[in-house]
Design a protein around this ligand. Structure first.
Ligand code: RUQ
Ligand code: CUA
Length: 667
């Protein structure tokens, strides 16, 4: 090579380096922020706090100025606290904790007669439960989209389902499943909330009787229950509800079909090995015994047909509850199986209703089934084989549409309006974004199913929730990762650590996902959450009338107005009709005799928003929260003589400490 040529090469190289420098350094050079507040430049604050451009972006995206409201509301499971968390998105501010399965003093939940009765509705005969393991909140839907009227949640520990009315964010009903002690595949609703789905988990004899584990295959059964919901009354109707008897596999998560698959329900399962554990006797432990086979079964359920059979009287009664027997389900074509790979988890129906996404906890893929193909196989009677109970099994390859390798330990999937699906990766501590393929486009022909992006989360993510992410019309924008571990994310608060909700920006179709915010949850292990557009919820500011009973959402028969207060004695029963207003109770003295039964109604006669009064009665163990307009009742036997000062537990006015009185019990 000649000198001139060498020279030329040198120049080209230099020019290239220059261009590269311009492209990279020039691009990275941050435009100085010139905003200054009270003489301090924002840029200085950024420097002093050592914030990166990404941090500033995240702060600006999530900060809600005082007085402004969040765009979305997230309803998150409170896990074994038994409660539900209400969180603003994107600020991730905790707005409320709704008392559900566990007494909660701030709300007087489980202290008043009215709320005790709701809690007691979930008690099994002869037992009082004081906690619950909340897993999956499900918002009521109209036409397959959240409508903001009701929220349902399940208690995995005792197979209970609760109904929360979003007019006042209070629990209105708790039902105990009569044939099961554990549920997991709930709560999910059908597209118009005709039914609330409660899938079981650990198989057991449905009649609640003893049966040896040697008789597992014969006597133990799984179940799925369809609770009929009466939207007008806001209540589940046990008499119009029914369950399906299922083989003793451990049924897991469920989802309702929508659009093309409306009227069908999908439920996955594991332990189709029917392992019964007993590691102490030399048996394989459950974790190994329940993971031997390559495939478990996706349960495909024809809910419309099941409903017809129930209405035609094909159910039998178990513990007084309507159950469609397994042989009827098989004979009448209600139940079908499709093989699912390697310890499946999660079943999520795509917004168009045509695809079912199942993850394999021990498989790096998500498997996507095509509902139309499943339905065709059912119609043509194309079954490969039957399970030991006679349930027809559709061939895996017939039903499967695609598999996407997303990463390690996939669990749950949500959707956005841009044609992306998001899957949580437990083992990898990440969220995978992948494209929903299968659609014909004029450009590429059939869209591919492919992984496009991943973001790390901290750590061990379980569920994830996308704004309106279970809907026929998802919103996208935000995703919340519900992480089981937080390890080093927060100040050390001892060996029991909070879980970590992480907010992720998924708004842009073309930009990678960005982590925005960490929210510690120090109350229990939250499982699932749903995120609804805030303006869909039309909650009351104060109760509609003075003397309102939230447990019936109507006028309380024992409410009084100012001037109507009284104490009435009938034999050994003393009934108190009291009012509360800033800053006094009327009457202020209540005197009874030892041994009297006391029924004490308090009506908050305020109409001002936020003018809540509490009511604490020491020794007798009561605290109430009486919101403007509300009437609440306590009932007890005055079994100890003495003097009991009662007082208001909400700092309601400057003279709040004076809002008190004496309860006197004469010997
Ligand atoms: S599931 S452990 Cu919702 Cu992944 Cu309960
Ligand atoms: Cu009422 Cu304090």
């Amino acid at each position: 090579m000649g000198t001139r040529n060498k020279h030329y090469l040198w120049l080209t190289a230099l020019a290239l380096v220059g261009l590269l420098w311009l492209l990279t350094c020039g691009k990275n050079e941050q435009k100085a922020v010139t905003v200054s507040v009270g003489g301090q430049e924002v840029n200085q604050v950024i420097q002093q706090r050592g914030l990166t451009a990404q941090d500033v972006y995240a702060a600006v995206k999530t900060y809600i100025p005082t007085g402004k409201h969040d765009e979305y509301i997230m309803f998150a499971s409170g896990g074994h606290s038994g409660q539900v968390l209400v969180i603003g998105v994107p600020s991730m501010r905790l707005l409320k904790v709704i008392g559900v399965f566990t007494p909660e003093p701030w709300q007087g939940w489980g202290f008043s007669k009215e709320t005790r009765e709701v809690l007691a509705g979930g008690n099994p005969p002869g037992k009082t439960l004081t906690w619950g393991d909340v897993h999956h909140p499900g918002l009521s839907e109209t036409g397959g989209d959240y409508d903001g009227q009701f929220l349902f949640v399940n208690d995995k520990a005792n197979s209970r389902v609760a109904v929360i009315d979003l007019r006042d964010f209070e629990t209105k009903q708790i039902v105990k499943n009569p044939i099961s002690l554990s549920d997991h595949g709930g709560t999910f609703v059908t597209p118009n909330t005709e039914y609330v789905i409660e899938g079981g988990q650990y198989a057991m004899p449905l009649n609640g009787q003893y049966a040896s584990l040697d008789q597992y295959k014969e006597k133990y059964r799984g179940m799925i229950t369809f609770w009929k919901f009466d939207r007008k009354k806001g209540r589940l109707v046990p008499g119009q509800s029914f369950a399906l008897e299922l083989p003793p596999y451990w049924q897991d998560l469920s989802d309702a079909g929508k659009q093309v698959s409306e009227g069908w329900v999908f439920l996955n399962s594991f332990n189709t090995e029917m392992a019964t554990g007993g590691v102490e006797s030399g048996n394989p432990p459950f974790e190994a015994g329940a993971s031997q086979r390559d495939m478990d079964y996706l349960h495909v359920i024809n809910l419309r047909k099941a409903e017809q059979l129930f209405k035609a009287g094909k159910t039998k009664k178990i513990n007084g509850f309507n159950v469609l027997p397994l042989d009827v389900l098989i004979k009448e074509g209600v139940l079908y199986f499709v093989p699912e790979p390697k310890s499946p988890h999660g079943i999520d129906v795509t917004p168009d209703g045509n695809y079912l996404v199942v993850s394999g906890k021990l498989d790096p893929h998500v498997t996507i089934y095509n509902f139309t193909k499943i339905k065709q196989a059912i119609e043509k009677g194309q079954f490969k084989e039957h399970d030991p109970y006679g349930v027809p099994i559709i061939d895996f390859d017939t039903a499967m549409e695609a598999q996407v390798e997303v990463g390690l330990g996939p669990l749950h999937t949500q959707f956005d309006p841009n044609g992306y699906a998001y899957t949580s990766l437990f083992l990898e501590s990440a969220v995978a974004r992948w494209t929903l393929g299968g659609q014909w486009t004029s450009k590429h022909g059939k869209e591919p199913w492919t992984l496009v992006d991943k973001v790390s989360v901290h750590y061990n993510i379980g569920h994830l929730a996308v704004a309106e992410g279970d809907n026929v019309h998802p919103d996208g924008k935000y995703l919340v990762a519900l992480n089981k571990w937080s390890i080093d994310r927060f100040a050390n608060v001892g060996p029991l650590l909070p879980q970590n909700f992480q907010l992720v920006d998924i708004a842009s179709k073309d930009q990678p996902m960005k982590l925005l915010y960490d929210m510690p949850i120090g109350i229990g292990e939250p499982h699932y959450a749903q995120i609804i557009k805030a303006d869909k919820i039309k909650a009351w500011e104060v109760y509609p009338e003075i003397g309102w009973d939230p447990s019936t959402q109507s006028k309380h028969p024992k409410a009084v107005q100012a001037g109507g207060e009284k104490i009435v004695r009938r034999g050994k029963t003393v009934e108190v009709f009291m009012t509360a207003v800033r800053s006094h109770y009327t009457p202020e003295h209540v005197e009874v005799k030892k041994g009297d039964r006391v029924i004490w109604h308090i009506t908050n006669i305020e109409r001002a928003r936020d003018a809540t009064h509490g009511f604490a009665l020491p020794y007798y163990n009561f605290n109430l929260s009486i919101e403007p307009g509300e009437t609440q009742t306590i009932e007890f036997v005055a079994d100890r003589a003495g003097v009991y000062p009662f007082y208001c537990t909400e700092f309601c006015s400057a003279l709040h400490l004076e809002m008190a009185g004496y309860f006197l019990v004469k010997p």
